[in-house]
Structures are given as structure tokens and as C-alpha cells.
Design a protein around this ligand. Structure first.
Ligand code: NAG
Ligand code: NAG
Ligand code: NAG
Length: 427
């Protein structure tokens, strides 16, 4: 489809990365387009109270603003028009004026014609070399059988590998015959009673702090308080609410708290819409790739650790649609564009989830869409133990165990080209 001449061109550009290669006209067209986009983004952050230095013109609240004595004086644009920075056509620079949104879009599209030729080609190289680097050959994901998962039934044995180097007192007894026998007993063993659960934490009282619930029997029959109106979770995902009696289980030491960072896409990155891409994550301190049956064993066993003291679990990525990158209204947790459990283990510390151009099995994408449509999105991880509870760590004050990045997806032909160009030339 792509001629090898074009690919050669793209590679040559990649090697030199100098706008001068395109000739002066093309270079300032692209630079003007980038400058206009950057200015319009910056104008969105200004308010009538923003400080300014004369002689500075800007757009504030869609009106034309001139800086007078350190304050903006704003003149509203005529109905149907907005204030915007436009790329100049015959020389380097931008102009700030009232115009229509359609005119702004058309002018920016017009100066992206050169980028439109080579940026997608270039991008396919960036994607293929950047997005899958380090994740070249992940093992085939086991879609059905949970690998080496801890037992689902609450009455069976604790983790096969005894925890080491963590602060869990029960670890010492793991595997002993007596401890095994207790796993089928219907009586609470005195060795596991948390005697401090009788303290509500308010002796002496601290203003503003709530008293804790208390218990002398580890809340073992807690759910009886709300039965039968509220059913037991009992391994299911009960959308109308439930009560879950599973203990929290093994908690890692502070130096084993998990953490994650997206490596593609990066925060603030602009990527083309409706094109397959791989989300990649760098992961620390999680034995990823272990998940149990989410329909039958949801929250049905305590969190467990491996022999290195790392939480045994898995990760997910979720993509939510935003109105804009700077949306401030809360999102609706019942709505997401894309959700995928990452069932395979990390390869060289990297987890990969493909957002394909067509809907693969097991991936929820808005019906009829191909890849992810243009727009602003939040991509977040959800790190879980094997039985899908959020990872639980030993201290209250800790860094985020999940990562979120905010990205824009643009159609291949407009602003994306300019952004692609600027990312490219900035490198
Ligand atoms: C339990 O309470 C006792 C008595 O207040 C205290 O000495 C002990 O440190 C507490 N245990 C934990 C784990 O906080
Ligand atoms: C995603 O990564 C997998 C594994 O490396 C690879 O087979 C696949 O082609 C990649 N998909 C895209 C869109 O790059
Ligand atoms: C959290 O989830 C992300 C993505 O699913 C993963 O890359 C990351 O390693 C996870 N982090 C931890 C600590 O599990």
C-alpha cells in the first residue's frame, strides 16, 4: 500500500528531523499551525482576572482581550464567532481575531497538508518500534484456565507459597497440619482473633475522627446484621449490593507496594483515532497475570503474596470518555469505552493490552466503533489481587498504586499531524 519511496522518505525525515527539509514555506506553515494550536490551548486557561503584560492580546472567555495596565479588557465577538489565534498564511506567525469555529478548523487543516502526507507513515514506525518495544513476545494469554491461582473456595488452604519478609503474623503457621485443619473448621480460632478490634480508636477522642466499629470475634458474623435483605456476595458480582465476609488476607511490606506507569500512551500524548494501538505499562511489585473466575469467585478469597512477598494478582486498563482534557465534572463509573483485563504476566516488566481496530473478543468497545474515536480520554489501570479485590497495602499514606493518563485522539488528517510533527521535531 505504501510505496517504499515514501517509507524511505519518512525514515530520512526521522533521521534528520529538520523542518528545513520541507522548504521555508512548508516549515512556517507547520510552525504557524502549531503555534496557533498552542496559543488557543493557552487561551483556554485564561480568565478575566488573569494577570497580563501590555501589549499582550489574547482570547478570554471567547472574547478578544487586550492587556491594559496589567488587566485584560475583553470585547465580546459578534454572535456566531469566537476569538481564536489563526496561523498566518504568507509569513511566519499568528493573528488573534474573531472568526467562526469552521474557519479556525479549516485554516489549521490547510497548513497540515504536508504533515498529512508523511506523519501517518512516520507514526507507524513510532508505533511499531515504540509501543511494542520490550513486549515483543508475550506468552499467549490464557483466556480460560486461571494460572496457578489460589484456591477459590474459602474453606481450603492458604497460599501455596508461604509469605516471607512481611508483617503478617499468620505466616508462621502456614502449611502446618494444625493450620490446615483450621481451614475447614466452623469455629473461630483464638489464635486469629484481633484483640485490638475492641478499641474504637477514640480513647481519647480526636476531634473530627469517627469511632470505628468494634468486634470481639473479627466480625465473623458481620453480614448477619443485614441478612436477609442484603445477600452475601458469595463469589458473585452482585450489582444491587451485597455483604462480603472474606478476610482481607495477606498484606505486603511497605517495600513491596505495587506501582504502575503507562509507557504508551504517555500522559498528554496525542495519538491517531480509529487506529489499533497497544497500551503498555511498566509494572513494579505485582506478580501479574493471575486471575480467578470473575463470575464465580469474585472477592471469594483473601489477598495472597508470592514467595518474594509480592501481591499475586492482575491488572486491567479502562478507557473513559471525557468532554475535554480539563473536564472537572466526575465521570460515571458505570460507563466506560474500553475495558480489558490483562491476563498475561509482565514481559520484561511490561504489560500490554491491545486496543484493536476491530473489537476483539473480551473487549468492550462502544458498539460499531473502530478502535477509539476522536476525543479526550482518561486511561487508568485497576490493579487487583487474584480474586479481583483492589490491591491492599500495609500503610494508609502511600503513593498511587494505579496510573491514569489523559490523552487526545485526533483524526489522522488535522491537528494530529501538527502534534505529530511537533513531537517529532522536538525529539
Ligand atoms: C494492640 O493494642 C495494644 C494495646 O493498646 C498495643 O500495644 C499494640 O501495639 C496494638 N497492636 C497493633 C498491631 O497496633
Ligand atoms: C500489540 O502487541 C502484540 C504483542 O507484541 C503484537 O502482536 C501486536 O501486533 C501489537 N499490536 C499493535 C496494534 O501494535
Ligand atoms: C497496575 O495496573 C497496570 C495496568 O494494568 C500495570 O501496568 C501495573 O503494573 C499495575 N501495577 C501494579 C502495581 O500492579
Amino acid at each position: 500500500m505504501l510505496s517504499s519511496a515514501l517509507i524511505t522518505l519518512a525514515l530520512a525525515l526521522a533521521a534528520s528531523a529538520r523542518p528545513a527539509r520541507f522548504g521555508r514555506r512548508a516549515a512556517f506553515d507547520l510552525a504557524n499551525g502549531q503555534a496557533a494550536i498552542a496559543l488557543n490551548d493557552q487561551f483556554k486557561t485564561l480568565t478575566a482576572d488573569s494577570p497580563c503584560t501590555a501589549p499582550q492580546d489574547a482570547c478570554v472567555n471567547q472574547g478578544f482581550a487586550q492587556c491594559v495596565s496589567g488587566k485584560f479588557v475583553i470585547q465580546p465577538c459578534a454572535a456566531g464567532t469566537i476569538c481564536a489565534a489563526l496561523p498566518l498564511v504568507n509569513s511566519a506567525g499568528t493573528s488573534i481575531t474573531c472568526t467562526t469555529q469552521a474557519d479556525l478548523d479549516a485554516r489549521i487543516a490547510a497548513v497540515s497538508h504536508l504533515g498529512a502526507l508523511w506523519c501517518p507513515i512516520l507514526n507507524s514506525f513510532i508505533f511499531q518500534t515504540g509501543a511494542t518495544a520490550g513486549a515483543a513476545a508475550p506468552p499467549a494469554a490464557p483466556p480460560t484456565a486461571p494460572p496457578a491461582a489460589p484456591p477459590a473456595a474459602p474453606s481450603t488452604a492458604p497460599p501455596t507459597t508461604p509469605p516471607t519478609g512481611n508483617n503478617v503474623g499468620g505466616g508462621a503457621a502456614t502449611g502446618s497440619a494444625a493450620a490446615q485443619a483450621l481451614q475447614t473448621s466452623l469455629t473461630l480460632d483464638p489464635s486469629v482473633i484481633c484483640t485490638n478490634f475492641t478499641d474504637n480508636g477514640q480513647n481519647p477522642p480526636t476531634a473530627g475522627q469517627s469511632p470505628s466499629l468494634t468486634s470481639t470475634n473479627n466480625y465473623i458474623n458481620f453480614c448477619a446484621l443485614t441478612l436477609p435483605a442484603t445477600p452475601l456476595t458469595n463469589g458473585g458480582q452482585i450489582t444491587t449490593g451485597s455483604c462480603n465476609p472474606t478476610p482481607i488476607g495477606l498484606i505486603p511490606s511497605v517495600d513491596k507496594m505495587p506501582s504502575a506507569k503507562f509507557s504508551f500512551p504517555k500522559n498528554g500524548q496525542t495519538i491517531p483515532a480509529n487506529v489499533a494501538f497497544n497500551i503498555t505499562l511498566n509494572i513494579l511489585n505485582l506478580q501479574a497475570g493471575v486471575f480467578t473466575n470473575a463470575v464465580k469467585t469474585y472477592f471469594a478469597a483473601p489477598q495472597t503474596l508470592n514467595a518474594q512477598g509480592l501481591i499475586i494478582g492482575h491488572s486491567h486498563v479502562v478507557i473513559e470518555t471525557l468532554d475535554s482534557l480539563d473536564q472537572t465534572t466526575p465521570t460515571d463509573p458505570q460507563k466506560h469505552l474500553f475495558f480489558k483485563g490483562i491476563n498475561s504476566a509482565a514481559v520484561n516488566g511490561v504489560l500490554t493490552a491491545e486496543v484493536a481496530a476491530t473489537n476483539p473478543v473480551g473487549v468492550t468497545v462502544a458498539s460499531g466503533s473502530v478502535g477509539v474515536p476522536p476525543g479526550a480520554y482518561r486511561l487508568c489501570t485497576i490493579n487487583s489481587s487474584a480474586n479481583h479485590q483492589p490491591v491492599i497495602v500495609p500503610v494508609a499514606q502511600h503513593g498511587s498504586l494505579d496510573d491514569c493518563v489523559y490523552v487526545r485522539l485526533l483524526p489522522l488528517h488535522i491537528g494530529y499531524m501538527l502534534t505529530c510533527f511537533s513531537q517529532f521535531t522536538a525529539a
